[in-house]
Design a protein around this ligand. Structure first.
Ligand code: UDP
Length: 261
């Protein structure tokens, strides 16, 4: 597979064309942004860890029949993905209230929700990804009713699976963000899971201590982001227990090409 020109550069990832018009390469950068791009930095090794963690979660979701864009990981920072038309909505899934919802609605931080709560945000950086309702989605035709109904069912399955997966390794899945894309499979229009699932897009707390193992370490200046992401990768069995992944190690690793599957 040949890597072609850059098609798109986002805050944490770059998309490159390939010689197959249906496939693109997703490159994970080390850039971290928060609060609608007002806070920015580079954290060496973050992209490498997110690439591995997202590959692990998406391939596990494939195994339970949840179609997604991942084809295969190419190397430490890149994966081949199916080209989809991204639905311009961020689907936020909450199991425990924290972050923006606590401020917006005056809910106590850490409130356990009786059922998972799905919120919709319009993917628009200029507008600060505003919260929208299902009625807005239908009124402005950002997605159809059929698509939204399918996505809601998928979200609940993904949430159930991920809660169990993380619980098994002593981590609470507090909330996360998903994106979906349109694609034609065998001539049929389908909606599949896209983007990434990683500690950049999930809130993950240690089950016993409530230690934050996600991007809140950057948002809230808690430090030690790489050790926290490494801990998540180790607990999921992606990295070996004994491997001590410091930022420097991860950077070294990132230059090592992994054998194609
Ligand atoms: N999230 C994300 N990208 C965004 C907004 C939110 O990945 O652009 C994730 C975030 O990491 C968290 C969840 O979605 O796991 C809910 O975030 P929230 O709305 O509470 O955002 P914040 O408190 O960061 O404003």
């Amino acid at each position: 597979m040949k890597k072609g020109k850059k098609l798109y550069e986002g805050k944490a990832k770059i998309i490159y064309a390939t010689n197959d018009k249906n496939l693109v390469i997703q490159y994970f950068k080390d850039d971290a942004t928060a609060f609608n791009n007002q806070k920015k930095t580079t954290i060496e090794g973050k992209g490498v860890l997110n690439n591995r963690i997202s590959e692990y979660i998406l391939s596990n979701l494939s195994q339970i029949g949840i179609k997604n864009h991942l084809v295969k990981r190419l190397n430490m920072r890149e994966q081949v993905i199916k080209l989809v038309e991204i639905i311009p909505i961020e689907f936020i899934v909450r199991n425990i209230a924290t972050g923006s919802i606590t401020k917006r609605l005056g809910i106590e931080d850490g409130t356990v929700l009786r059922e998972p709560l799905i919120e919709y945000c319009l993917k628009n950086d200029k507008l600060g990804d505003p919260l929208i309702s299902e009625e807005h989605i239908l009124a402005f035709e950002w997605a159809s009713k059929t698509e939204i109904d399918k996505i809601k069912k998928l979200i609940l399955r993904i949430n159930d699976f991920m809660i169990g997966m993380f619980r098994g390794v002593g981590i609470k899945l507090i909330d996360f963000k998903l994106e979906f894309g349109r694609i034609k499979i065998d001539g049929k229009n389908e909606v599949i899971l896209a983007d990434e699932i990683s500690p950049d897009t999930c809130r993950l707390w240690d089950s016993v201590t409530d230690k934050k193992l996600d991007k809140d370490r950057f948002r809230q200046d808690l430090g030690d982001l790489i050790p926290a992401y490494t801990e998540v990768a180790k607990r999921l069995g992606i990295l070996h227990e004994q491997s001590n992944v410091s930022a420097v190690n991860v950077t070294k690793l990132s230059s090592v090409k992994i054998k194609k599957k």
